[in-house]
Design a protein around this ligand. Sequence first.
Ligand code: NAD
Length: 420
Amino acid sequence: MEQSPLDLALQRLDTAARHLNLDGDVLEKLRYPRETTKVRLMIRMDDGSRKSFMAWRCRYDDTRGPTKGGIRFHPDTNEAEVETLAFWMTFKCAVMNLPYGGGKGAVRVDPHTLSKAELERLSRAYMQAFSRIIGPDRDIPAPDVYTNAMIMGWIADEYSSIVGQATPAVVTGKPIALGGSLGRDDATARGGYYLVNHLASELRLPKQARIAIQGFGNAGSHIARLFAADGHRIVAVSDSHGAIARPSGLDLARVVAAKAETGSVVALAQADGVEQISPDELVDFDCDVLVPSALEDMIHAGNAHAVKAKVILELANGPITPEADEILNKKGVVVLPDILANAGGVTVSYFEWVQNKQCYSWPLEDIHARLASMIEKEGREIWNRALELKTSLRTAAYVHALARLAEAIEAHGTQQYFAS
Ligand code: NAD
């Protein structure tokens, strides 16, 4: 029988658990999502018809605080994906020692087929449907694939109307003018960038590294900009329409312009030595760092053997299947795992939430400095733990998070405590 994505994710929990002396309660608590709600949203379309869309919100575990996690709008999303993403958020928040549990939400829709007004109605309908689950001290959404700051603004506004008072802390990733935080826009990429720079000598990266980026959205486009500004070469990028490459380095300003004007990076193919390549060719493109920044399972048993990069920075959630992980480990590819590598996003979301609660905003330098110090600290501890346990960084990151989750779960009393 084929395993669900959550079953595959739980394998990583089991692997980590073998390195810790855990009370049985811990795995019993973390093996199942606490609450998953499914709703069919109905909205009025511009042509006067009514249309329905499946939507989910999962609060996986709230032992360490209110649940936190993005909302995804995607035509292929489903309940198992939402629960898996919420599981990963539980571990990501624990990796960074944020006072949060893990959650996630999604709507099965291709937002590109909606008008702007339909998108607003759908976003508001999401909050209407889940307003009893979501709340500033209960469950706090944020952007994810195909959702953005404006959508978060609509969602916060809808919640504020429902409860009858301005409640910006209910959602993060909002526009700055509506209580968003400086530095949230590029936080996911920036966290990964700080991590790579902090570990650069251990990762043995050349001064001018060649970087291939899969997915040119929020995470992918910002990491390209940050690396390019340091003199690294962006040799290949892709989006849902295809991939382009230029071994001597792409002109990033032109890639950004092509994406903005035509909706795809592929529009740049043929210009000035830029060649169009297949999505799989991007995965095995000759480079030093591969940055998956699109969707889950993009590096799998069928293409992992061909990876040439020495380092993979997982800005996407779950881009490498467990089978591919094993192949890459054997090849000696260092994978900076998603629950650490892309945790900059949720960390600055946490800063946004704290600022909203304080009714105060922090300068950008403070946000960058706090993010750098937190991700460098956790990254270093995970690096050292991997050396000590002789495991991959992924297993070390799970052990790191699980130790914190276990401490919190066990603080309510263990089986041994109650049985004695
Ligand atoms: P986004 O919607 O801004 O960008 C997604 C990009 O992926 C788009 O350019 C899209 O064209 C591309 N894409 C889609 N299918 C593709 C395919 N088959 N091949 C290549 N490219 C494809 O989304 P985002 O916010 O940048 O999120 C990307 C990943 O990062 C997701 O896994 C998300 O869960 C993860 N992530 C995002 C954040 C955040 O703060 N935005 C935080 C943590 C993790």
